[in-house]
Design a protein around this ligand. Structure first.
Ligand code: NDP
Length: 250
């Protein structure tokens, strides 16, 4: 029996990267996991298979975010598989590493649509499905609190907005015993950071030098922190911004 046995979790963007790491960890802890994905059904099915191999339970659900009606579509699909949920992790997001003078309006709009608008309306339409005592975790970024990579400005702005959402939503849902927190990773080794880490011979070393711990994070390192927040042990932590950057902001 895991600490999350009997609970249902939905992790957006769980086909790959950090979302996958979180889904696998929550599955190991006993939750039944909705593995959301955008386009990569094969990868989502691999996440489900990995959870099942470890003795857990999961299902995949594909819904594109950042388009009109996305949140309603997500919940319609979720309702086909499950009856209510206890844990929601808003993890799916897109980045855009482009200086302000080059970034186009449609790219800016897309980043805000996927990274900010989608989580907002997922909550608006999902609050009734979320059971009392539940958990919401929004995956932010250390870039919301440092200007070390100003070419990621629009992306960092989306995470700043997401953090305000976590803060204020914690007040809205607190009376129901539901906690809401932002978890902010530093540089983590995923497809998203492949160019940064592997695109040049010294990419990895430069990234590692940013953190106080002298390394690059793995999805599991973010997942472990999320696992604490969604467990009973995290019940008195809400409206918080949890730094999982390995000391990259010091
Ligand atoms: P990846 O690019 O590796 O994975 C992104 C996931 O989100 C995939 O599962 C993808 O689904 C899904 N997704 C992306 N866009 C959409 C969309 N429009 N609709 C539906 N699903 C979508 O990202 P990471 O694992 O690196 O990042 C995960 C989270 O962590 C993000 O919120 C990111 O901002 C944050 N973060 C990451 C850091 C890092 O260094 N990697 C650092 C700080 C924060 P599919 O593949 O099926 O399309």
């Amino acid at each position: 029996m895991g600490v999350l046995t009997g609970r249902t979790a939905l992790v957006t963007g769980a086909s790959r990267g950090i979302g996958r790491g979180i889904a696998e960890r929550l599955g190991r802890d006993g939750a039944r996991v909705a593995v959301h994905y955008g386009r990569n059904e094969t990868a989502a099915k691999e996440t489900v298979a990995a959870i099942e191999r470890a003795g857990g339970s999961a299902f995949a659900m594909g819904v594109e975010l950042g388009v009109p009606g996305d949140a309603q579509a997500l919940w319609e699909e979720f309702d086909r598989h499950a009856d209510g949920l206890d844990i929601l992790v808003n993890n799916a997001a897109i980045g855009n590493t482009r200086p302000i003078r080059e970034l186009e309006e449609r790219e800016y709009d897309k980043a805000f649509a996927v990274n900010v608008k989608a989580p907002f309306f997922i909550l608006k339409h999902g609050m009734t499905r979320l059971r009392d005592g539940g958990r919401v975790v929004n995956i932010s970024s250390g870039l919301a609190r440092t200007a070390v990579m100003p070419d990621n400005m629009a992306y960092a702005m989306t995470k700043g907005a997401l953090d305000v959402f976590s803060r204020d939503l914690s007040k809205v849902l607190g009376s129901r015993g539901i906690t809401v927190n932002s978890v902010a990773p530093g540089i983590i080794d995923t497809d998203n950071t492949a160019a940064l880490l592997h695109g040049s011979p010294d990419g990895w070393a430069k990234a590692a030098a940013i953190s106080a711990l002298g390394g690059v994070g793995e999805p599991a390192e973010v997942a472990d922190v999320v696992a604490f927040l969604v467990s009973d042990g995290g019940r008195w932590v809400t409206g918080s911004w949890v730094d999982v950057t390995g000391g990259s902001l010091t």
